[in-house]
Ligand binder design. Structure first.
Ligand SMILES: [Ca+2]
Ligand SMILES: [Ca+2]
Length: 178
């Protein structure tokens, strides 16, 4: 057939070659540039202090959760302050950035859970079942506190033997050492 219609055959062959070429270019682009990221990127990361964080666009900077929507641009492009994240707090934030206190009217940023401080006000971020915090670190003394203020189940060892009762069993004054 091609002998009879050489021009047409050349034309068809050229179009086929062109299509193959375009497909090859697209494959090469996908391989070298990569598939474009989806719009709902998972930005969960862990900071150098082992806290829950938010991954910036450069995929390198991991800022603490509490720096998202704090009205300061902590990521280079300011993506931690974008309207889609901060427009309707806390509902507009992804779940991994927030922790709800025992009183569900109150919420805190996830990096404030298990940080030793009473951020919820009722210590549910430190001693609550949902918080499930690990035991006090070596710099802390564990006891039942006389009153909840800044601390919950653990006090800094600098409070040991300081002449002020912090633990209901007085262990901070008689057992604990700095
Ligand atoms: Ca910020
Ligand atoms: Ca806390």
């Amino acid at each position: 057939m091609c002998i009879l219609c050489t021009r047409r055959c050349i034309c068809v062959s050229a179009i086929a070659l062109l299509i193959v070429g375009i497909i090859a270019i697209i494959i090469a682009l996908v391989v070298t540039v990569g598939i474009p990221p989806s719009t709902s990127v998972n930005r969960l990361c862990i900071t150098t202090n082992n806290q829950t964080g938010f991954l910036c666009d450069n995929r390198e900077a991991c800022i603490p959760a509490s720096q998202v929507c704090d009205q300061r641009r902590n990521c280079a492009n300011g993506e931690d302050e974008q309207e889609s994240l901060c427009g309707d707090l806390p509902n507009s934030l992804p779940g991994y950035l927030i922790f709800y206190c025992s009183n569900p009217k109150f919420w805190i940023y996830a990096d404030k859970r298990c940080n030793g401080m009473n951020d919820c006000g009722d210590c549910s971020d430190e001693t609550g079942t949902w918080a499930s915090c690990p035991a006090c670190g070596p710099q802390w003394w564990r006891c039942t506190l006389v009153v909840f203020h800044d601390y919950c189940a653990c006090i800094p060892r600098s409070f040991c033997r300081d002449g002020v009762q912090h633990c209901s069993d007085w262990s901070d004054e008689y057992i604990c050492s700095r």
